[in-house]
Design a protein around this ligand. Structure first.
Ligand SMILES: [Fe+2]
Length: 280
C-alpha cells in the first residue's frame, strides 16, 4: 500500500538556512521571532519557538540547506516512502537529524533538499508570547512547470492555485500536502532557491501584535499589510539580518475538495489591496 503527500497530511516542520554569520542570524530569530536557540554537536544553531523551528548552518547566505515536512506516524511515513520510490524518485544518503529515525530525503529538480519524517515535537515545549507556527515555504525557479509536475505527480502534493503569464506559462504554482491552501509554492524568477518562508499567526489581530513587536525593535515592514489573491490570506513581510524574506500570514484559506483556481500574473493577484511584488 502507498499514500500520497496529501493523504499523509504533511506539515512544514522546519527549515535550515545557511549563512556566513550564524550567531548574528540566530540572535535575530531569538529577539525578533521569539525563538530560543542552542548549538548542537554539529555546530548548527537550532532556533525553536512554539511550533516553529529554524536551523542555522555555516554556508552561503540566503541558501536553503534543507526543509523538513512531518507527518503523523511512522506508518504513514513508510506508506508515503512507497509512493515516492514507486515513482522512481531517488532517496538521498543525507539523514536529517531533526526528525525521528526512518526519515528520508529527496532532491527536487532545482536541487532543493526536502526531508520527510516524524517530528520530534520539542517545539511544543516552548511558550512564546506571540503565536506563529511555521507554515509554508516558497521557492524561486526558472521552471515552475517542472516544479509543479514533480511535486504533484511524483510526491502527491495537491495543486490548489496557479498564476499564469499572458503567454500561457506558469508564473506561480501553489501546492499543498494537507488542508492548508499551500505548504509549498514556487515563483518563476531569474534566481533559483528560497523566495520566502511564512508563519501562520491565526487571525488578523495577531498580525497587529507582531507588527507592534517589530516596531519595538525598529523592524520595518518590507511589504504589506495586504491580502494575497491565491490563499486569500492577510500578510506582512519583513527581512531578517541576512535579507531573507519572512512572511507573517493570517486567515489562510482552508481547502476542501475543490478544483484548481487560475489567476492572471498581475499586481492584484499578489495583493488585492495594493502594491504587488511580481517576481518576473
Ligand atoms: Fe507566502
Amino acid at each position: 500500500m502507498k499514500i500520497s503527500a496529501l493523504q499523509a497530511g504533511f506539515k512544514l516542520d522546519h527549515i535550515a538556512l545557511e549563512t556566513t554569520k550564524k550567531k548574528r542570524l540566530a540572535n535575530f530569530y531569538k529577539k525578533i521571532m521569539g525563538m530560543d536557540y542552542f548549538v548542537n554537536k554539529d555546530g548548527d544553531m537550532v532556533c525553536i519557538g512554539p511550533l516553529r523551528k529554524l536551523i542555522i548552518k555555516d554556508g552561503i547566505n540566503n541558501k536553503l540547506s534543507f526543509a523538513g515536512f512531518s507527518c503523523r506516524s511512522e506508518n504513514d511515513l513508510k506508506l508515503f516512502k512507497s509512493y515516492v520510490t514507486s515513482n522512481k524518485v531517488k532517496i538521498l544518503d543525507f539523514i536529517n537529524p531533526y526528525f525521528k529515525e526512518k526519515t528520508f530525503s529527496i532532491s527536487d529538480p532545482d536541487g532543493n533538499i526536502i526531508s520527510f519524517g516524524v517530528g520530534l515535537n520539542e517545539s511544543q515545549k516552548f511558550n512564546g508570547i506571540l503565536n506563529g507556527p511555521l507554515q509554508h515555504l516558497t521557492f524561486s525557479s526558472s521552471n515552475v512547470e517542472r516544479f509543479q509536475k514533480f511535486y504533484s505527480e511524483k510526491l502527491g502534493f495537491k495543486i490548489t492555485d496557479i498564476v499564469i503569464h499572458d503567454n500561457g506559462t506558469l508564473a506561480t504554482s501553489f501546492v499543498t500536502s494537507n488542508h492548508e491552501h499551500h505548504t509549498l509554492a514556487c515563483f518563476k524568477a531569474n534566481k533559483v532557491g528560497i523566495d520566502h518562508h511564512s508563519y501562520e499567526v491565526g487571525q488578523w489581530n495577531f498580525i497587529r501584535d507582531w507588527c507592534d513587536h517589530f516596531s519595538k525593535y525598529d523592524i520595518k515592514l518590507s511589504w504589506g499589510p495586504g491580502r494575497h489573491g491565491p490563499g486569500n490570506n492577510l500578510f506582512v513581510f519583513i527581512r531578517d539580518v541576512d535579507n531573507n524574506w519572512i512572511e507573517l500570514s493570517a486567515e489562510l484559506e482552508t481547502v476542501h475538495d475543490r478544483g484548481i483556481k487560475k489567476w492572471p500574473q498581475a499586481e492584484k493577484t499578489l495583493n488585492l489591496w495594493g502594491k504587488g511584488i511580481l517576481r518576473s
